[in-house]
Design a binder for this molecule. Structure first.
Ligand code: NAP
Length: 285
């Protein structure tokens, strides 16, 4: 029996597992595409042959996959649902407050302890003070998992309101989409006036995200990323969905989503999100 089973070894899931393994926690991992488990098996981590086996292997299940719809479909399959009662599930995929609420309600009905969380960091920062992990749910469940969660970054426990972590995550993400749009427009201005994008980048502090995003455009280094344009677009769709659910204005996410959708349709989904600039070059008039 291991301490925790991690389901999902994408760019972020792999970083979470690395941090937990590096801190000495006993882990079992499972990923739909088995090849992604290989480096972890080589590093001495247990790999499950199926998601059901991963659930059987630990009292705590950590989820970090595309979205709640996929993870809920996986967990509610009869083979897995029957194994869940008595377990603790920590959801760290990006979702909406409504999805968090519905998932928590379903988990309670199944007799599962549930924490809803969100990661405010990129994979390279996991395990450091630059990573913030938002968590909400029952206080006792959080206390029981606090040690594990602390390995992933600075944990902010938001209390029992199960909608809080995803709400704050989506609000926080808005700042990132604003920055992407600002850098893209800046690139168009610089290009049209024959000013180097590196000059724009240097207007910002060395470690600032604006400078990093501007650098990606300047160097055209779109192949190198820790979160793909596709993943950023999926998270943006969660912001749009929250807006529809809450009946609030969505002009801003709708505008950015239109650009990211065109970029993904043009085949840039696996690239850095700043590859959005590739579908913004044509004049709007
Ligand atoms: P990713 O690299 O695209 O990985 C996606 C993961 O989901 C993979 O393990 C994939 O399995 C799995 N998956 C997709 N569909 C599945 C299915 N039908 N059944 C089982 N597994 C499935 O994405 P990521 O960057 O790791 O992001 C994962 C989550 O973390 C997302 O919700 C994202 O918003 C969130 N997040 C990411 C970042 C970041 O910087 N990357 C930051 C904060 C939050 P396969 O390997 O088999 O495709």
């Amino acid at each position: 029996m291991s301490e925790i089973s991690a389901i999902g070894l994408g760019l972020m899931g792999a970083a979470l597992v690395q941090a937990l393994h590096g801190a000495g926690h006993g882990l079992t991992v499972w990923n739909r595409t088995p090849e992604k488990m290989r480096p972890f098996i080589d590093a001495g981590v247990d790999a499950a042959g199926s998601a059901a086996e991963a659930v059987d292997s630990s009292p705590v299940i950590l989820l970090c996959i595309d979205n709640y719809a996929i993870s809920n479909e996986l967990l509610s399959s009869p083979e897995i649902a029957s194994r869940l009662p008595g377990k603790t599930v920590i959801q760290l995929s990006t979702g909406t407050p409504r999805e968090a609420q519905e998932t928590a309600d379903w988990m309670r009905e199944q007799g599962v302890s549930y924490l809803d969380g969100a990661i405010l960091a990129g994979p390279n920062d996991i395990g450091s003070d630059n990573s913030t992990i938002l968590v909400c749910g029952d206080e006792d469940i959080h206390a029981a998992c606090a040690n594990l969660l602390a390995r992933l970054g600075r944990v902010r426990y938001l209390g029992p309101n199960i909608r809080a972590a995803s709400a704050l995550d989506l609000a926080w993400l808005c700042a990132a989409y604003g920055r992407f749009m600002a850098v893209a427009q800046a690139a168009l201005i610089c290009d049209s006036e024959s000013v180097g994008m590196d000059e724009f980048a240097h207007l910002f502090a060395e470690n600032s995200l604006t400078r990093r995003n501007a650098g990606v455009v300047h160097e055209q280094s779109f192949a190198d990323c820790t979160a793909t344009l596709k993943v950023w677009r999926a998270a943006l769709m969660r912001i749009q969905q929250q807006g529809r659910d809450a009946g609030i204005n969505t002009d801003f996410p709708d505008h950015v989503a239109d650009i990211l959708q065109r970029a993904e349709s043009a085949g840039h989904g696996e690239q850095h999100v700043m590859a959005m600039i590739k579908v913004m070059s044509a004049s709007a008039t």
